[in-house]
Design a protein around this ligand. Structure first.
Ligand SMILES: [Zn+2]
Length: 349
């Protein structure tokens, strides 16, 4: 059935950043018409979303998420990264089975979509990744996801240990089974966790395969001062500045490499690479150029009860409707206001 988003302000996010009042027609997961004629082109009966007084904008892109960790939130937020991983997160990830991984992914996807996210880049855990890919398929979201890879490292619990070969083989198997699924909505990513948990052979293998299959490598770099010190001590070099480099001929900057976090690389020569990794490369990998409202584009969009993009960002209300791949995946009839202590509640311009 056609979907007509009726009478909103269409915030196109196209090359000219055009915004205008009008209708938007969705058919078979794509934007079939925008503006004049969209209403007439709708095949009856069509589902109509009343968007009068609302901004209609492209869905949001979440460039780094761990769906497998959603159930662990708030359990150890005050620990330094390596303690957090070794004492809490790795044991919890090791305890996942297909059922808990699925529940974790479903909750994470629900929350992301309810907030207006229609595309994610996800890093999984070592095992049970089919459950996460399956949850992404069923949710309707556009997802790039891969099992995390970790063949070396201290403090890794038994349930997460894998050999170089088994890590690469399982990643290859997941790529064969899931990459390109749901009409191309689901893509696979090779996901070496971070340099302290990956051998040179594993990183090389992931990079070679990513190049061969035209998929991305998704990893973590330069996340915390103590982790940077541990990287330097273990490898005699730095991750963002060196370590991914001497591991190849396979220069990570020459493939689609998305390095998450990178918060500790802001004052070094690595800044250009970080900038590229979190902007140009990331935007390309995530297809940001296609996240615009245009005829023929994917119907991934959000209808906000605010008239402008500025007020959407300022007030952060729950969207009225979220449409992913042409399907309405979330609706909200009310909004929640943040009331800060001493502040004026619910201030509107
Ligand atoms: Zn992460």
């Amino acid at each position: 059935m056609d979907l007509l988003v009726s009478g909103g302000t269409i915030v196109t996010c196209d090359g000219q950043n055009r915004a205008f009042e009008g209708d938007l027609l969705v058919r078979a997961g794509r934007i079939a018409a925008i503006g004049d004629g969209a209403r007439r082109a709708a095949l009856r009966p069509a589902r109509v979303l009343d968007a009068r007084g609302c901004a209609v904008m492209p869905g949001l892109v979440q460039a780094h998420i761990h769906l497998c960790q959603v159930l662990f939130r708030g359990m150890a937020d005050d620990l330094p990264l390596l303690d957090w991983l070794k004492n809490r997160i790795w044991p919890l990830e090791a305890a996942h089975d297909e059922k808990s991984a699925r529940a974790s992914a479903e909750l994470g996807l629900l929350e992301a979509m309810r907030a207006g996210t229609t595309t994610i880049l996800d890093m999984g855990t070592v095992r049970a990744h089919d459950a996460i890919m399956d949850a992404c398929v069923r949710s309707g979201i556009r997802a790039i996801s891969g099992k995390t890879m970790m063949d070396v490292g201290e403090g890794v619990p038994r349930g997460l240990r894998e050999t170089t070969k088994s890590s690469l083989d399982e990643s290859d198997r997941l790529l064969r089974d899931w990459d390109g699924h749901a009409g191309g909505r689901i893509r696979y990513a090779y996901a070496p966790r971070f340099i302290l948990s990956c051998s040179e052979k594993l990183v090389r293998g992931a990079a070679e395969r990513a190049k061969q299959h035209d998929v991305i490598v998704h990893s973590h770099v330069a996340e915390h001062p103590s982790e940077r010190a541990a990287v330097r001590s273990a490898l005699g070099q730095d991750d963002i500045e060196d370590a991914f480099y001497p591991f190849g001929r396979h220069n990570m900057a020459e493939i689609a490499f998305l390095a998450a976090h990178a918060l500790e690389a802001v004052d070094s020569a690595g800044i250009d690479l970080v900038y590229d990794a979190v902007t140009t490369t990331a935007a390309t990998v995530l297809g940001v150029a296609r996240h615009r409202l245009e005829v023929g584009g994917n119907a991934d969009l959000v209808v906000h009860r605010e008239a402008t993009l500025r007020s959407v960002l300022a007030h952060h209300d729950a969207p009225a409707y979220v449409v992913a791949s042409g399907q309405v995946v979330a609706t909200s009839t009310s909004s929640t206001k943040l009331r800060l202590p001493g502040g004026e509640p619910d201030v509107r311009e």
